[in-house]
Design a protein around this ligand. Structure first.
Ligand SMILES: *Cc1c(COP(=O)(O)O)cnc(C)c1O
Length: 390
């Protein structure tokens, strides 16, 4: 079956009530009919559920659906995307290991690599996402994992996933990709040999700005140690959030189609706009990796990144001038959201680090929502015109 169907019909068994939509299992623990069965369960002789930090039926349903959509074996869901990112690295790396990472990784992933892992003797080297032909030079004898995002946030740079998979295979690296910006509706990195696929379910997966969640799925050989790590360190996803997210997956494909068609329309409009110096969108022919986008993505995604002509000042003025769109750090909501990375999400980076990941003073990230496209365009247009310096 196709991912669209699996998101709906890839559900687990129902209870004796034969409920149609999934039940929610808001319970911290589970009971046993007798001491013997309880002992057997603790000894690992059966997979009865013990405790919701380990697993929970609502969470299992969410994991199972994402695994089916990504075409992989196994997974573990976490309280947030960052818990999944962290666990996917921390559970598999040890002191002395080295990580090869795309420079354009999510802000908190950058903090883990630069501020937390060095304390434990785990080093990293950053490479440019669009320069994969030269990544091999940065591989060291102790390089264990490749960490990347495609498309990146907010520069929308792509990594050639086929080449990344080949590189990992050749050098025995664990291929770890944050697939949050694409979702399995747009790209399934398992096709290119990804070992671990991480998501912030907070974004497009929920898609309605309600809950935090994360998930890491992939090959059982890597998920096993991640599950052990998470069960004992405790970043479990709440059953309530899992229930919300399972329902969200049922509409992910139709939502992404509309997010992406709205985003393409907006990008085409902005590319012609006199107040916009640059419009970045993978499915615009002007994107430097447009061919690669067509090859590995089914649609262009819901994010459009622009550079306003007046730099920092106009970037801020633009945010103050939008009327309908929201000012929020989130993305992947039904509501269109504008952010100014240089003064918010990426303010902890130095100017040089920002430029290296494609963030200029006038860069504005637009998470294109599900409002009627003409209304989105009208709001962005009036904000650009009224924030103009000339
Ligand atoms: C938001 C985001 C994360 C972190 O997810 P949280 O759910 O906020 O913890 C990780 N990676 C990417 C690409 C993101 O956009």
């Amino acid at each position: 079956m196709h991912p669209e169907t699996l998101a709906i019909r890839g559900q687990m068994d129902r209870t004796d009530y034969r409920e149609h939509s999934p039940a929610m299992y808001l319970t911290s623990s589970f009971t046993f009919p007798n001491a013997e069965l309880m002992a057997d369960t603790f000894a690992g002789l059966n997979d009865d559920i013990i405790y919701s930090r380990y697993n929970n039926p609502s969470v299992d349903e969410f994991i199972s659906k994402v695994c089916q959509m990504e075409g992989v074996e196994d997974g573990f869901a976490t309280a947030s995307g960052m818990a999944a990112v962290f666990a996917s690295m921390a559970a598999l790396l040890r002191s002395g290991d080295h990580v090869l990472a795309s420079r354009a990784v999510f802000g908190s992933t950058h903090q883990i690599l630069t501020q937390i892992f060095p304390k434990w003797g785990i080093s990293h080297t950053y490479v440019d996402p669009d320069d994969i032909d030269n990544w091999e030079q940065a591989i060291q004898p102790n390089t264990k994992m490749l960490v990347l995002e495609s498309p990146s946030n907010p520069g929308l740079a792509l990594v050639d996933l086929e080449k990344a998979g080949q590189l990992c295979k050749k050098h025995g690296l664990i291929f770890n990709i944050d697939n949050c910006f694409a979702t399995p509706v747009i790209q399934t990195p398992n096709d290119y040999g990804a070992d671990l696929i991480v998501h912030s379910a907070t974004k497009w997966m929920d898609g309605q700005g309600r809950v935090l969640g994360g998930i890491v799925v992939g090959k059982t050989e890597y998920i096993e140690p991640i599950r052990f790590f998470c069960r004992h360190t405790g970043p479990a996803m709440s059953p309530f959030n899992a229930w919300v997210l399972s329902k969200s997956l049922e509409t992910l494909a139709v939502r992404m189609e509309r997010h992406c068609s709205n985003a393409l329309r907006l990008a085409q409009f902005l590319e012609q706009h006199p107040e916009v110096a640059k419009t970045i969108y993978p499915f615009l022919p002007s994107h430097p990796q447009h061919e690669l986008a067509l090859k590995q993505m089914k649609m262009g995604g819901g994010i459009v990144t622009i550079e306003v002509k007046g730099g920092l000042e106009q970037g801020r003025a633009f945010l103050n001038a939008v009327k309908m769109c929201s000012l929020s750090s989130n993305l992947g909501d039904t509501r269109s959201i504008v952010t100014h990375p240089a003064s918010t999400t990426h303010s902890k980076l130095s100017e040089a680090e920002r430029v290296a990941v494609g963030i200029n003073p006038g860069t504005v990230r637009i998470s294109v929502g599900l409002e009627y496209i003409d209304d989105i365009i009208a709001d962005i247009d009036q904000a650009l015109l009224s924030s103009s310096a000339h």
